[in-house]
Each structure stands twice: as structure tokens, then as C-alpha cells.
Design a protein around this ligand. Sequence first.
Ligand code: G4P
Ligand code: NA
Ligand code: NA
Length: 189
Amino acid sequence: MELLKERILKDGKSFDGGILKVDSFINHQMDPVLMKNIANEFVKRFSDLNINKIITIEASGIAPAILVGLALELPVVFVKKTKPKTMEGFYTTQVYSFTKDKTYDVCVSNQYLNEGDNVIFIDDFLANGNAALGVKDLVKQAGANLSGMGFIIEKSFQEGRDRLLDKGIRVESLVRIEWLGENSIEFVE
Ligand code: G4P
Ligand code: NA
Ligand code: NA
């Protein structure tokens, strides 16, 4: 997605260690016009599917997911990272965060994810893919079907993409980053 590449080059900040900061348009301040373009691109890429729901995870996935849901007029469910008082009625799984070096519980109510649902997952970043694999597990527990996963930014030098493809998941990333260094960003191809 050319528009997004240009914006990353203009306003993204990259750091040694492979971190890309996009706080001025995705992760802190948001650009809703760019987000709408991002959502339209997801809608186009997944237009062959017959889904009935969008699934995402707190927090940064919610904005793109809700705009996809708006475009398709479909409900958007977000997986929660805070444990409810009682886990009754919730599917839960554990996610290991590489950046924070800790494991946390994520959950979704069995009211909002059901057998027979056909969903796509939308998130901002694909890094190691742990959050995505956690969501895949929740979808499986619910007996729902996962038709694809869409990411705004894929860090292709990390293992997430291959781990998802290995599990037979369809992955659509709007930009793919080959390499990140101090003030230097290289896209795939
Ligand atoms: P993984 O799920 O792909 O395995 O990701 P990892 O544990 O490596 O990353 C944890 C968090 O850091 C995720 O957000 C992920 O989106 C984010 N992240 C990973 N690499 C980058 C990066 O280069 N730049 C930015 N801006 N974020 C990155 P999260 O903690 O789940 O938080 P939220 O923002 O969705 O609330
Ligand atoms: Na995220
Ligand atoms: Na994030």
C-alpha cells in the first residue's frame, strides 16, 4: 500500500533493534483518514470472503478493525487483555509478549464468538505473531472459523508471518518491512 509506505517514511521513526514508532498516526495520535484508507484496502483484499464478524485485540487493533466493520456493516469483537472477575462464559488463552518478556491472559466472551462465525482478524503490527496465535486459539475454542488475518504493518524480519503461514492461515499485510535500523527503513521488494 503505497500511501502507507510514504507515510511511514515521512512520519515513522525507526530504531536499532528493529522497532518502528508510528505514534503520530497509528499508536497514539491517529489519522482517521489514513485509517479509513487502510480499512478500505483490507476490505478489498478480503473481498472474496463471506465473513460475518471482525475480530481484533486491544488496544491498537480496534481502530482499523472498527473501520473495516463500518465499511462491511459487520460487528467487531475485541479480545480483552484484562481478566474478568470470573472467567465463566469466557474463552481464555495465554499470550507471550516478546517485547515485555511476560505472559498474559487474553479472553473473549462466548456470547460474542460462536460456532458458525466466520471471522477475519485485524491488527496493527505483526511481529512474532504471538497475539495473533492466541486469537487463533480463542476462535478455535469457540468453534468459529478464521478466514484470514490482516495487519497494517508486518515486520518481515521477525517470525510471525512464517508461523501463521505454517498454520495454514491466510495473511494480508498492507506493508512489509524487510529491515529496520537507526533512521533507516527497508520495505520487502
Ligand atoms: P507479537 O504479538 O507479534 O508476538 O508481538 P510482540 O509480543 O513482539 O509485541 C508486543 C506488542 O508490541 C504488540 O502490541 C505489538 O503490536 C507491538 N509491536 C511489536 N513490534 C512493534 C514495533 O516495531 N513498533 C510498534 N509500534 N509496536 C510494535 P501490544 O502490546 O499488544 O499493544 P497495543 O498497542 O495493541 O495495545
Ligand atoms: Na497491537
Ligand atoms: Na502495539
